[in-house]
Write a protein that binds this ligand. Structure first.
Ligand SMILES: NC(=O)c1ccc[n+]([C@@H]2O[C@H](COP(=O)([O-])OP(=O)(O)OC[C@H]3O[C@@H](n4cnc5c(N)ncnc54)[C@H](OP(=O)(O)O)[C@@H]3O)[C@@H](O)[C@H]2O)c1
Length: 443
């Protein structure tokens, strides 16, 4: 849909079909259409079909080539269609977008809002990249756009931030937000398997997609962190602004060394306001074994919020899968059908564009790879000290094995910019035959 049609619909409310003021109660039965009959779409359908007390009535299911999607357990009154215009022209009150991706999902969300329908979505990619514009459009169209399932699946983190912690002044959000990475790292920790084996197991279990790069490289978690930073910190980063590092370089030996330090390794997402700057990163990091970040198992998620008045609050639970995610979707539907209980998403115009800073100081873990009989300790110390980085302790000089030796050390708190200079130089050392692995140590 082009801008002109959109603007026409918004500027001339009288022409909008089925338009209803956002905070006006919906009719006692709220009519719902689902776009996308995949993992989450099926689970939401099941929940709606078996929960008549919620006053939500599923009327349409939309999917491409819809005939192959039909299942006998959906009541016969529900209409299956592969024509989106049919849904737009119908009297449904809320459209649930469960297709995923930015296109065409974003266009459908716009058209739905302009047609006077509220929208619920589980689509983190869409909300992280176009959320501000879509929320503004929803406001202008007097409709609701809710996305509680887009972060941490079944764990109610967004409504926890928007409602439960509305009175708090939050300054830090730390979480394990990607179930695939958490499953892989938990397997490496508990079963002492290689990264490749753990990834293959995640794919067998259906936790990792055929192309897992968005999960492993941190893009999926960056989208979620972007949404959390907007809702919890009033900040406005974009997913591509988040500093991200892949978990792919982590090896079994890193877990052994982490254990000696009383830690394990997790993909940690962190957004923190420091003065007027925002720090936002998704990267593998050492976390103390006693921390909730370490205790989150398999494909679970956890979020720890830190506030000025109430200190830390922890949300945790199943972050993915049809069942948990469908609960979050249906909770948003209930919230739309009972608007009096709703506080609302932050107004995009009130969000601040904090300058981003990734150059924070933290203690670090450093592991190198060298031939078994090579002594690189002198060269490594020289590079580190010339880069302004000090060694705190040496964990192991070398560990024998088919992959050569693995000198491991911890570093005194140092700036990322200094460390990156050192890593670049270390990688070029004569006997260093793999990229050094450096992980921040969380406290
Ligand atoms: N799965 C989870 O655990 C989880 C958790 C939280 C959030 N989410 C989010 O929920 C959304 C849905 O995820 P999912 O796991 O349910 O995905 P999925 O299993 O791949 O389902 C997507 C459905 O949408 C249909 N579809 C895709 N592109 C379409 C198009 N262009 N036109 C019409 N239909 C189209 C697919 O049909 P085909 O069968 O023809 O491909 C499929 O039925 C995503 O935004 C995801 O990020 C998922």
């Amino acid at each position: 849909m082009g801008l002109s049609l959109r603007d026409t619909l918004i500027d001339e409310p009288a022409k909008r079909p089925h338009s209803r003021a956002r905070l006006e109660p919906l009719p006692s039965i709220c009519k719902v259409a689902i776009l996308g009959f995949g993992t989450v779409g099926k689970a939401v359908t099941e929940l709606l079909c078996c929960s008549p007390s919620l006053q939500l009535r599923l009327t349409h299911i939309y999917n491409r080539n819809v005939d192959r999607k039909r299942v006998p357990w959906v009541p016969s009154q529900v209409r299956w269609t592969d024509n989106f215009d049919e849904i737009l022209a119908s009297d449904v009150d809320v459209i649930v977008e469960l297709v995923g991706g930015v296109r065409p999902a974003g266009d459908w969300v716009r058209q739905a809002l302009c047609a006077g329908k509220s929208v619920v979505t589980a689509n983190k990619h869409l909300i992280a990249t176009e959320g501000d514009e879509l929320l503004e459009l929803a406001r202008k169209a007097n409709q609701r756009l809710l996305y509680g399932a887009s972060v941490a699946g079944g764990v109610p983190v967004l409504c926890g931030l928007e409602q439960g912690l509305a009175g708090e002044k939050l300054f830090r959000l730390t979480g394990v937000l990607n179930g695939t990475c958490n499953y892989i790292l938990s397997q490496m920790q508990n079963e002492v398997v290689s990264f490749t084996t753990a990834l293959a197991r995640a794919q067998e279990m259906g936790y990792a997609e055929a192309d897992p790069s968005h999960d492993l490289g941190g893009f999926d978690a960056s989208c979620k962190l972007t949404i959390l930073a907007r809702v919890g910190l009033g900040a406005q980063p974009r997913p591509q602004d988040v500093y991200s590092r892949s978990i792919e370089g982590v090896e079994a030996v890193d877990f052994e060394c982490a254990r000696k330090l009383g830690c394990t390794i997790r993909q940690v997402s962190l957004a923190e306001l420091r003065g007027t700057q925002l720090y936002a990163a998704v990267q593998p990091a050492l976390v103390p074994l006693a921390s909730p970040l370490a205790q989150v198992k398999d494909n679970q998620n956890v979020l720890i919020t830190a506030g000025v008045h109430g200190g830390e609050t922890v949300f945790s639970g199943r972050g993915a899968g049809g069942g948990p995610t469908s609960v979050a979707v249906v909770s948003d539907l209930v919230s739309i059908s009972r608007p009096e209980s709703f506080l609302g998403s932050p107004n995009p115009r009130e969000l601040k564009a904090y300058p981003l800073n990734h150059d924070l100081e933290s203690p670090r873990y450093l592991r190198l790879r060298a031939p078994k009989d090579a002594d690189i300790s002198y060269a490594v110390s020289r590079v580190l000290s010339e880069s302004g980085v000090s060694v705190h302790s040496v964990l192991q000089q070398s560990a024998s094995g088919s992959m050569g030796s693995a000198p491991v050390m911890t570093l005194e708190p140092c700036r990322l910019s200094n460390l990156e200079v050192a890593l670049e130089r270390l990688q070029k050392l004569e006997h260093c035959f793999a990229k050094p692995l450096s992980l921040p140590i969380m406290n």
